[in-house]
Design a protein around this ligand. Structure first.
Ligand SMILES: [Zn+2]
Ligand SMILES: [Zn+2]
Length: 305
């Protein structure tokens, strides 16, 4: 019996998911997402299996689900004017190779450790019971995860561009100089684990420190992070892209330059690390750094005079 809820008095026997859901329909004070979540765990009857299956399915569904619109957009000539790089589109063969590699990685690298996720959550106190935490708690934690993952990603990714690390690990991800959505997770298994720590490890550390985290928040975080990663690799820049409204948001504009020039623009979600540490990629950023240096040099010269 699942421990997703504390009181099953009045619950009827369950043979289908609909039965489980109608039991939760009678619980007062739960919203529809909490009812669905509760019914899912109650119907599955095995919390470890339910969490494993949920996270594996969420990853597959939202990763490939988010890649699909890009796959369609690439085939509509109208959108060509929004492509960041004018080079040729990746061929069907290239995309197929990429898809096979990503799927293999999902099934070989991820499919086993995911079954240890529920026991780990229980051990460190990540809750999965209904009701969910407050909206404020969820929003604060999502913001913290975005900021910390970005920092982790910046330093790890920058490190992966050094000599042997690049040659034996990160080179695989740079196979496509003009990226496309599916290429987001096209990477060496060691890279998947190292950068994956930013996505999965940071919430775990957060819970160890604060003792306050719910699996639903982790689920939302993983979905948003998948969207960010796929979109950053889309290869398209629109007048309505998010960074036009949130200037510190990285987006495809930022990460495409990284794939194009192989150096610089290492962060994942935000632009501040690359801006402050002067590692933005591309000739435009190079030019503005040179101008800044020139102005500083002139100031120093004036002081001497
Ligand atoms: Zn790189
Ligand atoms: Zn990339």
């Amino acid at each position: 019996m699942s421990s997703v809820y504390h009181d099953y008095t009045g619950f009827q026997n369950v043979t289908t998911f609909a039965d489980a859901f109608s039991n939760f329909q009678q619980v007062q004070g739960l919203n529809v997402f909490e009812k669905l979540w509760g019914a899912y765990y109650y119907y599955m009857g095995n919390d470890l299996f339910a969490t494993g299956l949920l996270f594996f399915s969420v990853h597959e569904l939202f990763y490939f689900g988010r890649c699909l619109p890009w796959f369609i957009i690439e085939r509509i000539p109208y959108f060509d004017k929004y492509r960041i790089q004018e080079t040729k589109l990746p061929s069907n063969q290239e995309q197929w190779e990429c898809l096979k590699s990503v799927l293999t990685s999902h099934f070989l690298v991820e499919a086993f450790p995911i079954w240890f996720f529920h026991p780990l959550c229980q051990y460190i106190g990540i809750k999965f019971q209904v009701p969910f935490p407050s909206v404020t708690d969820v929003l604060i934690q999502l913001t913290v995860f975005f900021v910390l993952e970005d920092a982790w990603h910046y330093w790890l990714h920058r490190g992966l561009h050094y000599g042997v690390f690049y040659k034996y690990i990160h080179k695989q991800h740079h196979r496509y100089a003009a990226p496309f959505g599916l290429a987001a997770e096209y990477a060496h298994p060691v890279e998947v684990m190292l950068l994956g720590f930013g996505t999965v490890g940071i919430p775990i550390v957060w819970c160890l420190v604060t003792g306050n985290l719910h699996l639903f928040t982790i689920c939302l975080w993983i979905i948003l992070r998948l969207f960010q990663a796929v979109d950053a690799h889309s290869g398209y820049e629109f007048p309505w892209s998010l960074h036009h409204f949130l200037p510190f948001w990285a987006g495809a504009d930022h990460h495409d330059e990284h794939h194009h020039y192989f150096i610089g623009s290492y962060a994942s979600s935000f632009r501040w690390w690359d801006f402050v540490l002067e590692t933005e990629a591309g000739p435009k950023a190079h030019k503005s750094r040179e101008t800044k240096m020139k102005i500083n040099a002139e100031k120093v010269q004036k002081k001497i005079e």
